[in-house]
Design a protein around this ligand. Structure first.
Ligand code: HEC
Length: 99
């Protein structure tokens, strides 16, 4: 039983998907934006392969409140500048992005 659980955890872990470098806070974003930033839902923007500087600007704007969206404002408030930098780098540099 515990072995099955272990295999299940392994199958769904970021490590299994080859995403061992995903920044810690990216887990908060996955439900809406997808693990790799490729959102499957039209209301949630695709972050994958976006310009890194754009993502930093957008997250800082939500954090300061100059860009208003209740969900993103409260999420961005939990992010430190280093989190924003690593999240932006993560989504901007997914495998297959044309740069
Ligand atoms: C509950 C769903 C939800 C979660 C969780 C969420 N977002 Fe968002 N995000 C949205 C929606 C909806 C928008 C569009 C908001 C708007 O219109 O400004 C958005 C917008 C953004 C944008 C701007 C995209 C653009 O093209 O301008 C960025 C960057 C972003 N989110 C990053 C993140 C990051 C990083 C996290 C995790 C720390 C996260 N989001 C968590 C729903 C979510």
């Amino acid at each position: 039983m515990s072995r099955v659980l272990f295999l299940l955890l392994l199958a769904f872990s970021p490590w299994a998907a080859g995403q061992s470098k995903a920044p810690p806070k990216s887990g908060q974003c996955t439900a809406c934006h997808g693990a790799d930033g490729q959102s499957r839902t039209a209301v949630n923007p695709i972050l994958r392969c976006q310009h890194e500087a754009y993502l930093v600007t957008a997250l800082n704007a939500y954090r300061s409140g100059s860009r208003k969206h209740p969900v993103m404002n409260s999420i961005a408030n939990t992010l430190q500048p280093k989190d924003i930098a690593s999240l932006a780098a993560w989504y901007a540099n997914q495998p297959g992005c044309r740069k």
